[in-house]
Design a protein around this ligand. Sequence first.
Ligand SMILES: [Fe+2]
Length: 406
Amino acid sequence: MTEEITLPLIDPSIKGQILDTGVIGFSFAPQIVFGHGCMNRVGFLSLFLKAKNAFIVTDTEIEKLGFVSKTQKYLEKSGVKSTVFNEVEPNPKEETIIKAVDKYKSSNSDIVIAIGGGSVIDAAKVIRLLVKQGGRPSDYDATKCTIMAIHESLPHQISIPTTSGTGSEVTVVAMISSGKEKLTILGYPLISTIALVDPQLTVSCPSKLTAMCGMDALTHAIEAFISLRVNPVADMFSLQAISLIHHNLRKAYSIPEDIIARINMSLASMLSGMAFNQKSVGLVHACSHQLSSQCNLAHGLANAIMLPHVLRANKKVAGPKYITMATGFGLNLENLVVDEAADKFISEVEKLNKDIGIPSKLSDCGVKESDIEIMIPGAIKDISALTNPLQPITKELVENVYKAAF
Ligand SMILES: [Fe+2]
């Protein structure tokens, strides 16, 4: 008699799974071009997409590094003209997007090329959306409308990341600031047409930013792996990313020109993005979005500080998965029970934070105790909290993790 084989689509160690049908969506677009020096293909790829006038979205820091003029040179060689919009700020504002949309239209552009970190790539996605569908970014906030609100096919986008962290080049999501609110804009058409990932561009990324972005990538990989959504393919990406980050982030931080560490971090960031694009994130991101909008903390820094504390809270439901991740870290778990092994994993995350100069407390970063009360409602309703393994997301839970991190 043949024994029935059940695919391990649902982890029995985690209660409250939101997917119980065994049906999984796999979608790992965009087209990816990855490799040291591959940025020189931007002209050819634009031509391949039948572009004539490129709209380059970036910021002044990236422009100073010479990446924009280099891109323009490659575009010119392929006969593609370009217009530069360099006004994207960290946590990009609604007004900036609207200004860029006007410039895109008046320049007769037909493709967007984003060169920068997550803020730039996110801004570029929403610029394309408004060019095609009109309105303001807040009209498309995922907490107020369905995913079908973004339904048109948008102008092409080539995304060239200059940091290793957000994974925005491979995701369908963009974060935009509207006053003190953080908008989550989510829709399949937002995804880049081509992710052009050249690790050489990350070599000039300062150590502090390398550390924060690297911890953002680690948070994506971990939160996706323990998410309530089930997707074994995405889990492979998470585990590979967790291992790559553990073995390369310290080196990329301390020896910025180490190209092997940079290549591995670019790969890890992209894989983490591909994982959370399928499985979403969790309470770390729900809390950190409020820290960025309320206290202006950099996204990666907020994630890095919150991560160990949220891991401790989630341990009671997701602890067995911590063992798998600890194996990716290469930790020796011999003779440890689940709880001890999970604690060892969390301690290793804290050690990594310390080794790359991340402050251990929110109070060291200008957050005031009175901010916690203000941030709690936003964290509870944040879309990222929906897939956190520990549910429900109560006021008490959010308050506890903020206070533990304070
Ligand atoms: Fe993130």
